[in-house]
Write a protein of this length. Sequence first.
Length: 340
Amino acid sequence: MGYKVVVAGATGNVGREMLNILAERQFPVDELAALASRRSLGTEVSFGDKTLTTQDIEQFDFSGWDIALFAIGSDATKKYAPIAAAAGCVVIDNSSLYRYDPDVPLVVPEVNPEAVDNYGKKNIIANPNCSTAQMVVALKPLHDRAKIKRVVVSTYQSVSGSGKEAIDELWDQTKGMYVPGQEKEPKVYPKQIAFNVIPHIDVFLDSGDTKEEWKMVTETKKIVDPSIKVTATCVRVPVFVGHAESINIEFEDFLDEDEARDILREAPGIMVIDKREDGGYVTPVECVGDYATFISRIRQDVTIENGINLWCVSDNLRKGAALNAVQIAETLGKRVLKKG
Ligand code: 2RA
C-alpha cells in the first residue's frame, strides 16, 4: 500500500521536477493529484509514463490525501497549506513561508532527517532555499568532524531560480545581442543579465544584505548548528540551471584538505570531482538533471589556522527544490507514516 500524493504547482519548473523525481525514484504512489491555479487549469503534465490533467487547487479536497508537495509560492501557500494540513495531509512546502517557524521543521534529509519527526505541530515541513540546501549537504559532514566556526560563501545562481520568465529573459536578451532590433530591456531583473552578473537576489534589507543572503545565514543555523557564523553574497549569473558556490570554511580544529576530501567522498548526496588539472572540477552545465551536490577545488585556506576552501555545484531545481522535497517525503514515510 502506498501514498495518495498531491503536487500543487504542477505546471511550474519545480512542480514538474517534483513529478519527474517522484516517478524516477519510484516513490510508492497509489494515487497522484496534480494541482494548478485557475490560470493553468487543465494543463497536462507528465508523471512517469502517465499524463495527468491539472485540477483546480481552489476546488480541491485534501481530506484522505497523505502528502502534498507544494511549489506555489508563499502567497498561495499561506492560503492553501493550512487547509491541506487541517485535512490531515502533510504539506512539504518549497516556499519560504514556514522555514523560520519554530513549529515547522526545516529539513535536508542528508543533514537533519530526524527533524521530520516534529512535523505534527502544524502538519507542515519546510524545504530550504535552493542555495542553502546544496551548501549544508557539504557543510554537515565536515562540521561533524571538525566543528565549523564560520562560513563565507559567494553564490553564482542561475536564472531558473527566478522562474520561467527569467529563463526567457536571459534567452531573449542573449539573442537580442546578436540580432539587431531584437534588443530586450531588463524586466525580471533590474539590470541586463545576458553577459552580466547581478549582485542582488530577492529584496534588500536594512542591514545591506539581501533577503537571499539572510536566508542562507538563518537556514544554515536552523538546519546544521545555530553556533555557525555565516556571511553570504548571492549573485545572479547568466546560467539557465545550476547554482554554484565558492565556500570558505573556518573550523574550530585543524582539518587537512586530504581528510576533508575523503570525508566528502563518503558523505551522502555528494559527488567529489576534484583534480588539479584543466577541467578537473564541475561547472553548472554539467550538474543539470543530476541528484548530486558536486564538490571541487578542495584546498587549504592558508591565510587562517583552520581553513578549507571548496567549490559546490548542484541543480537548483532538483537538490535545491524538487529532489529535496521528495527526499523529505521518503524520510517522512520511512520514519513516521510507514506505508509503501
Ligand atoms: C533564487 N534561491 O535562486 C532563489 C529562489 N529560488 O532565485
